[in-house]
Design a protein around this ligand. Structure first.
Ligand SMILES: [Zn+2]
Length: 307
């Protein structure tokens, strides 16, 4: 490399480090992370094109890394609470998961307490009427379309009371109810009054939940990918790959898996993939995502006093 080129490169690199220093000073002075990452992005488009790959790697290892948003994935495991297959394996996972526990079932309280004990997030897995499917799959205390406003309100409240440590709720089945504005509006109101957010499992693409949540200033959080809609390890692996790619591209991703008939496959693939992905992906609870991505900071007001 001739001296001219080298000195030009050093000048550019020095300029870039000065910029990094300014970014860090900005952060220490209480600058918003969003502002800092905008600056980083501008730096990327402005100066970084002049850097070789080796230089990029060198720059990437500099302190500015702390202002780059993490690639976060929240894994929700549905259908917990009836001593379902895979529950013990899920609760023994080496990363933070979110456990969606159905109310009024034999192991509802035990599983919710065990998940909380392990540092996992707990949410209520609220049974809701589907368009198709057997009523016995719904479970006790379900929300059905024939209920009055008052009955819906009462059932949602009782379900929240029954699942200790719950910080949010998602729907079990519910392809019919999540497209019903009257009912979902009441469900969201009760959640908000109790300090809970609602995660749309997205069992129906016509769901009104996201739109309703936004109109009530609640986080419009929903499932991005079902992990085990087919019960085979290769399929679950493929879904985890998609999820990891989304977490990198979009900086966050919400996925849903299940205990029960897919439980052993789902937990086995999760154990293998979370280990491989650690370092690239940060596994967070859904409560962390809701706080960090949607800036929702309302604490639950549960009878258990859990925060
Ligand atoms: Zn479910």
């Amino acid at each position: 490399m001739d001296n001219k080129v080298r000195s030009k490169r050093y000048t550019r690199l020095a300029g870039f480090f000065v910029l990094l220093l300014l970014i860090n000073v900005g952060c220490m002075a209480g600058g918003e992370i969003t502002v800092a990452s905008q600056v980083t992005r501008e730096a990327d488009t402005g100066n970084a094109y002049a850097l070789s790959n080796r230089d990029r790697m060198h720059v990437a290892s500099q302190p500015e890394q702390s202002v780059i948003p993490h690639n976060r994935m929240a894994i929700i495991i549905d259908d917990v609470g009836n001593d379902m297959k895979g529950t013990a394996e899920i609760l023994a996972m080496p990363v933070k998961l979110t456990v969606a526990v159905m109310p009024f079932l034999p192991t509802t309280q035990k599983d919710a307490a065990a998940a909380h004990e392990k540092g996992m997030d707990v949410i209520v897995h609220m049974p809701m009427e589907p368009k198709k499917g057997k009523p016995e799959w719904l479970g006790p205390g379900a929300i059905t379309s024939n209920l009055t406003d008052e009955e819906v309100r009462e059932r949602v409240g009782k379900a929240i009371d029954d699942v200790p440590y719950a910080i949010g709720m998602n729907n079990h089945m519910g392809s019919k109810i999540t497209s019903d504005k009257r009912i979902m509006s009441i469900v969201l109101d009760v959640c908000r009054e109790r300090g809970l957010f609602f995660v749309d499992s997205r069992t129906n693409f016509r769901s009104v939940v996201g739109e309703l949540a936004a109109s009530k200033n609640m986080p419009p959080v929903g499932n991005d990918i079902f992990l085990d809609d087919q019960n085979s390890k290769p399929h679950i692996r493929k879904q985890m790959e998609l999820a990891a790619k989304r977490a990198v591209d979009k900086k966050s991703c919400v996925v849903i898996g299940h205990v029960g008939h897919t439980g052993l496959n789902t937990s086995a693939v999760l154990r293998e993939t979370v280990t491989q992905l650690q370092g690239q992906i940060e596994f967070v609870g859904i409560g962390d995502l809701v706080r960090e991505v949607w800036d929702w900071h309302i604490a639950p007001t549960l009878p258990t006093g859990n925060k």
